[in-house]
Design a protein around this ligand. Structure first.
Ligand SMILES: CC(=O)SCCNC(=O)CCNC(=O)[C@H](O)C(C)(C)COP(=O)(O)OP(=O)(O)OC[C@H]1O[C@@H](n2cnc3c(N)ncnc32)[C@H](O)[C@@H]1OP(=O)(O)O
Length: 401
């Protein structure tokens, strides 16, 4: 690794870094047209490059966002992506040094990413903190769909309204679930405006309740060949959020009632979004896949632990081990009255990647113990930890980056 220099990129080096990342994914370099959109999201001062003999051979980028944690607080977040090392420079520690620079220098207490492969990020202290399910539902096509239960109404946006209205509605909905994150302007440009520029036929349905717009579904029709002479239409839902579960289920009802559609499919849906309970036959709803959604890194463990709330139980002393950022290592007394460092003996011990799995409420302390990811020093502490770390709703990010 000694031949490599890690530093922040200059603005005019960003495109080479993007091409390098795309190349690491075996994809073609970015076109001029797409660069106009994909350059927007990742500011140069947050992009790290690894250089050898003056040439970029690796990069790791991020944008600044915020994430909701249990109890409703919102913490600064580094949304990490575009991690890639040129194929002729892999496995000699380049990514490790990029990760180190990124986690040390950015300053946010949380970092999050979507992983191409699950084996990569645990060593840097990331753990899977949100999961989602891919759901496919047979459309009801004229069969009785229970009507919208509330006062809600649904309208379709004009295409030229999408990039303006959806960010406003997303902001209005707010970060009401652990794991939800803010979306800077650049995110909308990279994701929605870019697709519109590609002439993808995106359609947005907006739900309005008594207080105004409170949810949306962004979707696209696709044709599925089910045999050489039979084709069916499916609606693919790319993005769907609502101020409440009821609003999202109303959006599902709307999509399922669409004419000329055989299925509706959505990715990364929260685990408590029980679509099977609103269709006439629950067998029409299939979970195709349960996926790891976002990986989380508690970069500043004391700040992160102190920011969330805890359920009613006597405190536990948790010893955290963090090899990559050793200043986080130590014992923390965690209770409903807050969190502080302590010299008391540990009830439970776990590595920082396991803490990330526990933190937003996706996995219980008992499950971590049963799978060997948490060591129990004081048996009665495990039930207390389950109560302390439990959350009302399963975490979900709902934002791909
Ligand atoms: C958030 C995102 O952007 S996800 C996208 C990630 N990027 C990709 O998948 C693109 C293709 N892959 C790559 O560009 C590179 O292989 C990277 C970025 C995954 C890894 O870069 P490298 O510089 O090779 O990683 P580095 O040498 O620092 O490896 C550190 C450790 O991780 C291990 N490792 C790295 N990548 C992998 C992998 N894909 N599978 C298994 N182990 C891996 C290494 O073996 C090494 O292990 P060790 O510490 O026990 O020796």
């Amino acid at each position: 690794m000694s031949d490599y220099r890690i530093r922040v990129l200059d603005e005019d080096e960003k495109r080479a870094a993007q091409d390098l990342f795309l190349g690491s994914l075996h994809a073609a370099p970015v076109t001029d047209e797409m660069w106009e959109y994909s350059s927007a999201g990742y500011p140069a001062e947050r992009c790290f490059g690894a250089f050898r003999e003056g040439r970029i051979v690796g990069s790791a980028q991020s944008f600044a966002a915020t994430m909701a944690v249990p109890g409703g607080a919102v913490l600064p977040l580094a949304a990490v992506s575009r991690v890639g090392v040129r194929a002729d420079h892999t496995r000699r520690g380049v990514m490790t040094e990029l990760m180190r620079a990124q986690l040390r220098e950015l300053g946010e207490p949380l970092a999050s990413l979507h992983a191409t492969e699950p084996v990569i990020y645990g060593r840097f202290g990331y753990g899977v903190a949100c999961r989602g399910r891919t759901v496919e539902v047979e459309a009801t096509r004229g069969r009785a769909v229970p009507p919208l239960p509330g006062d809600g109404e649904i309208r379709l946006l004009e295409t030229d309204e999408l990039a303006v209205e959806l960010p406003k509605i997303y902001e209005r909905i707010g970060l009401h679930r652990p794991g939800m994150m803010s979306r800077p302007r650049g995110w909308w440009r990279m994701v929605v405006e870019r697709r519109l520029a590609q002439k993808d036929h995106l359609v947005a349905a907006v739900h309005s309740g008594p207080d105004g717009d409170d949810g949306f579904a962004l979707y696209e029709a696709t044709t599925v060949n089910i045999s050489p002479d039979q084709r069916e239409r499916r609606l693919d839902v790319h993005d769907m959020h609502g101020a409440s579960l009821g609003v999202v289920l109303d959006l599902w009802r709307f999509l399922l009632g669409a004419d000329l559609v055989r299925w509706v499919r959505a990715w990364g849906r929260p685990l408590d979004e029980h679509v099977e309970l609103i269709v006439p036959n629950r067998g029409d709803c299939r979970t195709i896949e349960l996926t790891d959604e976002t990986w989380l890194r508690l970069v500043d463990v004391p700040t992160a632990l102190a920011a969330r709330t805890y359920g009613p139980a006597r405190p536990v002393v948790v010893e955290v081990h963090d090899r990559f950022l050793p200043e986080n290592s130590g014992r923390y007394r965690v209770g409903p009255d807050g969190v502080r460092r302590t010299d008391a003996s540990a009830d439970l011990e776990l590595p920082v990647d396991s803490l990330a799995m526990l933190y937003l409420g996706d996995i219980s302390a008992s499950a971590l113990a049963a799978t060997g990811r948490l060591t129990v020093r004081e048996a009665s502490a495990l039930t207390r930890a389950d109560r302390l770390f439990t959350t009302d709703r399963p975490p979900n990010s709902g934002t791909f980056f």
